[in-house]
Design a protein around this ligand. Structure first.
Ligand code: NAD
Length: 365
């Protein structure tokens, strides 16, 4: 991309334009579950704005998207709910060099060797599950990190999310944070069903004598798993017919969850985030089987590279790898910015190349 402007005025104008575009894309993504641009295009705009703000720090106002988590709730009609502890986003790196630089810095700030909890970055949407005396009290979307939408009534229809926890040592109150997603298999099954419903609808219309070109698309296929999961989670039961309610239940019933963090939790009885996962799993919360703990940065890099080559061998879409310092005392020590923890980073894979028929043709020749 072109060099960052030298002149303040040119930088200000560009930052303003980038901010307006990013805000528009964010509203569509978080409130309407729609992507107006690809994630890679969005990330590029975001990165460019960060670079301009680094060159001209006076442009990095508190209301810049680079200082905020997600987007404020644009209500679909759900009640608002304030998180007991703020939900954050993650800072991103886009190359192994950038990742190494981050890891070395984090280790230097820790002042001692650290363990790296290395996880797949699930392309879904963040959720906070608050349990009181072991019973699910509220399920809330991330929103702007402070206030999200209370979607408990929909989460009640997702079988993999436990209403009640079992086992020893469940605290009086705590928040589990995780990612709701649609597995690739369920995404495909859902689209298969949309296709069948559309076929049946079209046949009905034909039988009524409606000409082919006037048959509308009532059951469109879904574009991608992330936005389908987001859209499913924020459906409203109100004003739906019995048949529509059935479809809504089916969509919710297909959603999955992996827990990947904790929020409010008084006096946790563990020292590492990986230990917290083991405990949450014992109580019945689903945690990812793909997480690993490494001592060496080189091992993390090997994991990132290996997973990049086998991106599609996993049951869900991934858009990167999240690397976290495993030790909780270091989380408190390193702290967070207004937007993201300093003890974690997301390595984002480059966008995948679009497969063309070119190769097949060459082989054919
Ligand atoms: P992010 O997706 O880069 O990272 C933070 C989120 O990652 C967390 O909140 C959590 O929900 C999720 N996550 C998944 N797996 C995780 C794990 N194992 N551990 C911890 N967290 C995990 O940041 P964001 O603020 O949620 O969203 C920004 C991203 O969303 C962009 O980089 C882009 O990919 C996408 N986006 C796209 C558009 C668009 O128009 N295409 C618009 C807005 C945002």
């Amino acid at each position: 991309s072109p060099a960052i402007p030298d002149e303040f005025e040119a930088a200000r104008v560009e930052a303003e334009r980038l901010t307006a575009d990013i805000e528009r894309y964010r509203t569509a993504y978080y409130s309407e579950a729609t992507s107006l641009v690809s994630d890679a295009e969005y990330d590029e705009l975001f990165h460019r704005l960060e670079a301009i703000e680094r060159a001209f720090p006076e442009l990095a106002g508190q209301d810049s998207p680079t200082q905020e988590v997600g987007a404020a709730v644009v209500s679909a009609g759900f009640p608002e709910h304030e998180h007991a502890e703020r939900m954050l986003s993650l800072d991103n790196v886009f190359s192994i060099d950038e990742f190494r630089e981050w890891a070395e810095k984090a280790r230097a700030a820790a002042g001692r060797p650290v363990r790296w909890l290395t996880e797949l970055k699930i392309d879904g949407l963040a959720i906070s599950l608050a349990y009181r005396n072991g019973v699910l009290e509220t399920a809330t979307t991330r929103g702007d990190g402070r206030v999200g939408e209370d979607i408990t009534e929909n989460v009640d229809l997702i079988p993999v999310i436990p209403r009640e926890l079992r086992g020893e040592g469940v605290p009086e109150f705590f928040e589990a944070r995780g990612e709701v997603f649609l597995s690739t298999a369920d995404f495909e099954a859902l689209n298969e069903r949309q296709h069948e419903l559309q076929e049946a609808f079209a046949a009905e219309q034909r039988a009524k004598g409606v000409p082919e070109e006037r048959i509308s698309i009532r059951y469109p296929e879904f574009a991608n798993a992330r936005n389908t999961a987001a859209g499913s989670l924020r459906q409203r039961a109100e004003k739906k017919s019995a048949a529509e309610l059935e479809l809504m239940r089916d969509r919710l019933g297909r959603l999955s969850l992996y827990v990947h963090g904790i929020g409010a939790w008084q006096h946790p009885a563990f020292e590492n985030q990986s230990d917290a996962y083991a405990l949450l799993a014992q109580w019945g919360l689903p945690v990812s089987p793909h997480s690993r703990v490494f001592d060496e940065i080189d091992e993390v890099v090997a994991f990132i590279e290996d997973r990049g080559e086998h991106r599609h061998d996993v049951e869900h879409e991934i858009d990167g790898i999240v690397v976290k310092i495993d030790e909780f005392d270091l989380h408190a020590e390193l702290g967070e910015t207004s937007r993201a923890p300093r003890w974690a980073i997301a390595y984002k894979y480059p966008p995948e190349e679009v497969h063309t028929k070119l190769l097949d043709i060459r082989v054919g020749v």
